[in-house]
Design a protein around this ligand. Structure first.
Ligand code: DMJ
Length: 643
């Protein structure tokens, strides 16, 4: 779904002047004509008032009340002993006053009123001489002033917070010239993606690299919020693309506006925008990112106003009205959506000193902890009105995936002190291993999906992130099974590599089967596409960090070459519709996560480990690095006010 073209800043509506008309361009003329009419009405009212004052006020020099804001020309005579200042200032009584002086005062007043009156007439005449466009421009200038004032009010600095230990935010330059060359190639691909977005899609959420224009989907509502800019910032930063980073920062500073009548996905906005802004803030130290993240989080909070506190999937940023996806089982919210807020929300509380964000996500956790789980598995659907599970469908891919990831990462980002999160992760992973993970006849380990008591032997591209997750969670695992989980991660990485290797393009399909003699291959036509997704490369990178087995760099390089060969077009990078076809059609979308995740994980794979070390940084599910917080027992916030 595309959105209406972005109104230039000068064409944006002001809430105070919203006369109930639509914000779409063809209504703008109506709005401005009525404003012009109101302006003329005010002018004529003022002129009439001046006439009235001059000709029709009673001419009594004995009891005259001058209440026209002319106090400065009157000398107050107040009997303070009586404590009455109200009329004393403005009632002039004949007694004790010089008649002559009084007449002079009156004359002076008349002259002033006459002069004001003539000036107003002149101004009105001047106004009427102006063209419609000039009058509209003046109205617009006034509106812009008000908008700027409102923005200033909204951008109050937040209380200072001690920053966590931010190490390894640049460099990582490999000594080996061959690896350096590969890393430079990935940086060049980032530049190609960014430059084309900059040229053809600037300010839009995403880019159509073949049509060479902006693109959007319903997850961003009908607004143009520059999703690619926000998502790409930290990748630009770590790659040392500082001019591009500054361009992005400038756009965000001047244009990123959340007061829009737009219904967005709470999950997507959280992981891409809040995650992206927070990471940009931590890396660069630029306050604007923190301020925008906090403003946006405020707009998401109404989504939590449900009978259970489980948020709606979508919220209107302006009205705060929330609702769920029409396709979700029995009006349910989605596990991977309401379960993927923790990292960002804890950081928001840390940075602002306001516990509201922390409380929202902890409430979700407590509620989930109390619930019965069929076979120890978390179903993907939960009704936010009743607090009951919807369909008993469990997945480590779409609809479930990042919920498990965030349990582990909540523990990691707390410096491994959040034991409640670690326990929930361990319990969940044990149930998943027991019921969902199997070996195919050909010896490939895969993660299937649980649907109403039945295991579907199908694995999604999205599920491939789990290889990295198992490796990341190996250290600290229950019963010291670190070796086991590292091995499980390696097996998933191998299976996912096979899903790439068994295609014509050497790029992975959206979903692949392990059924009826088929292994790691997509069967249905609508599962054969590759949309520049990162999960397989993400797992290669984690496995590389934990094992330094050169095969992960080799697999990552295979994927880089395939993307460059089959997805690169002159206007950017596009997804392809069939990875088994030698001449695939393009889907003509450059996803924002291609810049946020795919290219970042590739770049990190060919960098030294001292770039964003995993002891200090935890990546959110959109690959935005957030620092480990030193929360020391009970302390949540870095802000002393909250301690
Ligand atoms: C990204 O937006 C995130 O990784 C999310 O968790 C799932 N999918 C996409 C990319 O495939």
């Amino acid at each position: 779904m595309t959105t209406p073209a972005l109104l230039p800043l000068s064409g944006r509506r002001l809430p105070a002047l919203n006369l109930g008309t639509s914000s779409f361009p063809h209504h703008r003329a109506t709005l401005r004509l009525s404003e012009k009419f109101i302006l003329l009405l005010i002018l004529s009212a003022f002129i009439t008032l001046c006439f009235g004052a001059f000709f029709f006020l009673p001419d009594s020099s004995k009891h005259k009340r001058f209440d026209l804001g002319l106090e400065d020309v009157l000398i107050p005579h107040v009997d303070t002993s009586k404590g009455d200042k109200s009329l004393g200032s403005f009632l002039i009584h004949g007694q004790g006053h010089d008649e002559h002086r009084h007449r002079e005062e009156e004359e002076r007043l008349r002259n002033k009123i006459r002069a004001d009156h003539e000036k107003a007439l002149e101004e009105a005449k001047e106004k009427l001489k102006k063209s419609r466009d000039e009058i509209q421009a003046e109205i617009q200038t006034e509106k812009n002033k008000v908008v700027q004032e409102l923005k200033k009010k909204d951008s109050k600095p937040l209380p200072p917070v001690p920053l966590p230990n931010l190490i390894g935010i640049n460099s990582g330059e490999p000594a080996d010239p061959e690896i350096r060359e590969k890393r430079n190639k990935i940086k060049e691909m980032m530049k190609h993606a960014w430059d084309n977005y900059r040229q053809y899609g600037w300010g839009h959420n995403e880019l159509k690299p073949i049509a060479r224009k902006g693109h959007s989907t319903n997850i961003f509502g009908n607004s143009q919020m520059g999703a690619t800019i926000v998502d790409a910032l930290d990748t630009l930063y770590i790659m040392g693309l500082h001019d591009e980073f500054r361009e992005g920062q400038e756009w965000i500073d001047k244009n990123l506006d959340f007061s829009v009548n737009s219904e967005v996905s709470v999950f997507e906005v959280n992981i891409r925008f809040i995650g992206g802004l927070l990471a940009a803030y931590y890396l660069s130290g630029q306050e604007v990112f923190k301020i925008k993240a906090v403003q946006l989080a405020g707009k998401l909070l109404p989504a939590f106003n449900t009978p259970t506190g489980i948020p709606w999937a979508m919220v209107n940023l302006k009205s705060g009205v929330g609702r769920n996806w029409g396709w979700a089982s029995a009006g349910s919210s989605i596990l991977a959506e309401f379960g993927t807020l923790h990292m960002e929300f804890v950081h928001l509380s840390y940075l602002t000193g306001d516990p509201v964000y922390y409380n929202k996500v902890m409430h979700i956790r407590k509620l989930l902890q109390k619930m019965d789980r069929p076979n120890g598995l978390y179903p993907n659907y939960l009704n936010p009105r009743t607090g009951r599970w919807g369909q008993h469908h469990t997945s480590v891919g779409g609809l479930g995936d990042s919920f498990y990831e965030y349990l582990l990462k909540a523990w990691l980002m707390s410096e491994k002190t959040d034991m409640e999160a670690r326990k929930m992760y361990d319990d969940a992973i044990e149930a998943i291993e027991k019921h969902l993970i199997r070996k195919s006849n050909g010896g490939l380990t895969f993660i299937g999906e649980w649907k109403n008591g039945h295991l579907e032997r199908k694995m999604g591209h999205l599920t491939c992130f789990a290889g990295g997750m198992f490796a990341l969670g190996a250290d600290g695992s229950r019963d010291d099974k670190a070796g086991h989980y590292l091995q499980l991660g390696a097996e998933i990485a191998h299976t996912c590599h096979e899903s790439y290797d068994r295609t014509t393009l050497k790029l992975g399909p959206e979903a692949f089967k392990f059924d009826g003699g088929v292994e790691a291959v997509a069967i249905r036509q609508n599962e054969k596409y590759y949309i520049l997704r990162p999960e397989v490369i993400e797992t290669y990178w984690y496995m590389w960090r934990f094992t330094h087995d050169p095969k992960y760099r080799q697999w990552g390089w295979e994927a880089t070459q395939a993307i460059d060969k089959y997805c690169r077009v002159s206007g950017g990078f596009s997804g392809v519709k069939d990875v088994y076809s030698s001449s695939p059609a393009y889907d003509d979308v450059q996803q924002s996560f291609f810049l946020a995740e795919t290219l970042k994980y590739l770049y990190l794979l060919f960098s030294n480990d001292d770039l964003l070390p995993l002891d200090n940084w935890v990546f959110n599910t959109e690959a935005h690095p957030l620092p480990v917080l030193h929360l020391a027992n009970t302390t949540l916030s870095g802000n002393p006010a909250y301690r």
